[in-house]
Design a protein around this ligand. Sequence first.
Ligand code: ADP
Ligand code: F6P
Length: 322
Amino acid sequence: MKRIAVMTSGGDAPGMNAAIRAVVRTAISKDVDVYGIRRAYTGLIAGDFERLTNREVSGILQRGGTILQTARNDQFKTIEGQKRGLRRLNEMGIEGLVVIGGDGSLTGALALHNLKFPVIGIPGSIDNDIWGTNMSIGVDTALNTILDAIDKLRDTASSHERAFLIEAMGRNCGYLAVMSGILGGAEIILTPERPMELEEIAIALDDAYTRGKSHAIAVIAEGAKYKINEVAEYIEKHHQIGFEVRMTILGHVQRGGSPTAFDRLLATRLGVNAVEHLLSGATGVMVGLDGREISTVPLEEVVSKQRRITDSYFEMADFLSR
Ligand code: ADP
Ligand code: F6P
């Protein structure tokens, strides 16, 4: 292989730049040229490629977002779109591709592999819902951002004796909510994985008041059965809890920021490994963190399963909130 390409796709995640840098510098160290594809599958279909040298990836290790930018593209979900993308790769003389993104992006990568194009995936998404890796790039940074917010909200909650409802991202996955809830000392955590009724939530917050706490925190995953405003409205209308209630939707602030040491290291290791596997002839696999090692998992398996939160975390959250 003499020429490969790299793209970032789906929701951006802190550490994607560190992965791009590792891909580029590993390939160049092995005398392989690298092209960056701008704006994910949209740029692939449009032929928006840019040669990346060691200089283009200088000074990006610590930057959030992605220098290649990202996009969501429905055309690539069709076979016509995929063939158009394949044609662009062939026109450019590109022999292999590294796709950094979430499960949707990795489904796109699998489609190219099925069209006989060599592809390796790297898990990049703050949601931590990707099968085949303990952690995806961006999760640790997002978690630290959420914790920073919870710590600050607790200061004001405690001063005013209030209950705060805090919404965390994660699409259909409650990982960020569960972990930030446990580590931020939340009284109650709502996730899609463990649905609960509105009354239970109100009781948990009220219980914190009667037990003498000066504040209460509920972390609500964006994909939970009840939206944050439904919870707030229910409490206001149907339940007299001791605390005044306020709500904060953290939103896209969770996706930005400089990657933590963990994310930089993970992204760097995955980037190096992805290129090594691609150049040694592997295709149709994702590189992921397996314990302390980096291993490969077939993309077919990655996209057909969803990473689950270990049950013990829910149990832990329950008794630690007392
Ligand atoms: P993420 O990669 O973060 O999960 P999305 O689910 O939005 O984000 O997927 C990102 C992009 O991956 C989509 O906009 C689309 O271009 C591509 N993609 C998603 N699903 C498929 C699919 N079934 N086939 C081909 N490409 C897909
Ligand atoms: O997949 C990452 C993520 O931030 C999810 O947590 C969230 O549901 C979604 O992307 C938001 O997407 P958008 O940036 O398109 O609003």
